[in-house]
Write a protein that binds this ligand. Structure first.
Ligand SMILES: *Cc1c(COP(=O)(O)O)cnc(C)c1O
Length: 397
């Protein structure tokens, strides 16, 4: 049996590989440079083009791009009318921003447990968490796999809640044949460099509602409008505008938008390779002792953002922490998505306690995200498979 590097064996590769990485080509660089030489670094033509493109890709009627995925969640909550005293239900197994957006609005995040197999928020737990204060549900497509949109939509419709899909991982995925982004009341995207396509920093909200669209634009830009229909007083002249509510400056620059416009041309390519790598991992790891995989939701045609393996301590002589370190010694640098949000000291200080969502906590104990990104070579994928298989085999109980 091959010795893991952590026990003095030879690592499966000489150079480090990370769990995610952006892919930038010459077309991306040229697109950015073109904007740098143009008249508009911000508030220019790239923004409208990008919003149009996002609508084409997702089939949503409206898109509002903004400075990052967290800003997108914030303005989506504001557009949904989330405010002081309200409750917002979300998943504990997510990046903190999915819950922080409720706090920004003065509302209280309520954590509903996840499904133990798909790791996505469990619609039954969502229904059980609804109170007379609940205003919205922020559902996260964990790892890129779609949440149960039909179930969540019907719960939200019945109880008068707004369904916000935190689709930071989901661009390129389809749910029952329809692209995610066109289904929930609002869907947010993130374009951080570890996500499937990037603008450096960036985000967007997609919706089919004209009312939400108008509000999203206002909240993105100071609450200022130039639309006659929204103004209270007659125009003083061509320079005239009015601030009609308190918004932020969450604009994306044209430099970022140009990069994303160019990246989106490669989305089908990115999506295809991510799926192919995930399929190779699935094949290699299905049935491997000590490892469980995130179960696929047959309704989701998934562009994977993250590939998680779940280390089962009961089948191995080591736990997740040691497995993670053994992978690092092989030069395979994983990550863990995510520490349950309410484990963080800030949330603890707000009164949240461990034990709230036992399924999510159990999943957290075992998960490791292994490398998955466009541009990985077949050799890279082979190395990761060899590394994981070697460690699982060596430490089999
Ligand atoms: C990345 C991410 C965000 C935040 O996006 P930023 O663009 O980094 O602000 C929100 N939710 C989830 C699930 C994410 O992965």
């Amino acid at each position: 049996m091959e010795k893991p590097a952590v026990c003095g064996g030879k690592p499966v590769r000489e150079t480090k590989i990370f769990y995610g990485h952006q892919y930038i080509d010459e077309a991306d660089i040229e697109a950015v440079v073109r904007v740098m030489r143009s008249d508009y670094l911000t508030c220019g033509p790239q923004i409208a083009q990008l919003e149009e493109k996002l609508c084409q890709i997702t089939g949503a009627q409206y898109a509002v791009v903004c400075s990052n995925g967290t800003a997108a969640l914030h303005i989506a909550c504001l557009a949904a009318g989330v405010g002081e005293g309200d409750e917002v239900i979300t998943s504990p197994l997510t990046f903190a921003a999915s819950a922080n957006c409720a706090l920004y609005c003065g509302a209280k995040p309520v954590f509903a447990d996840v499904n133990g197999e798909t790791y996505n928020i469990d619609p039954t737990a969502v229904a059980a968490g609804i109170t007379s204060y609940t205003k919205a549900v922020v559902a996260v497509d964990f790892g890129g796999q779609s949440v149960e949109l039909d179930e969540l939509r019907s719960i939200c419709r019945e109880r008068g809640l707004v369904l916000i899909e935190d689709g930071a991982h989901v661009i390129g995925t389809r749910y029952k044949g329809k692209p995610n982004g066109s289904i929930a009341d609002m869907t947010t995207f993130s374009f951080h460099p570890v996500k499937t396509v990037t603008s450096g920093e960036g985000g967007a909200v997609l919706t089919n509602s004209k009312e939400y669209y108008q509000k999203l634009k206002l909240f993105r830009e100071h609450g200022i409008t130039r639309e006659a229909g929204l103004m209270q007083y007659p125009s003083h002249g061509n320079w005239y505008y009015e601030q009609i509510l308190l918004g932020m400056n969450y604009r994306m620059t044209d430099i970022q938008a140009a990069l994303l416009n160019s990246q989106l041309d490669k989305l089908p390519l990115f999506s295809e390779q991510r799926k192919a790598i995930a399929a190779r991992y699935d094949q290699a790891f299905t049935g491997l002792k000590g490892i469980r995989l995130q179960k696929e939701n047959p309704d989701s045609d998934t562009t994977r953002h993250l590939y998680m393996i779940r280390v089962l301590e009961e089948e191995l002589t080591i736990g997740r922490k040691e497995f993670f370190e053994a992978l690092t010694a092989e030069n395979i640098c994983g990550n863990v998505h995510y520490i349950p949000v309410y484990f963080h000291p800030y949330y603890e200080q707000l009164g949240y306690r461990k034990g709230l969502c036992p399924i999510a906590e159990k999943i957290y104990e075992g998960i490791i995200s292994i490398p998955l990104y466009y541009g990985m070579t077949d050799q890279d994928v082979d190395d990761v498979i060899r590394g994981v298989t070697k460690i699982a085999g060596y430490f089999e109980r």
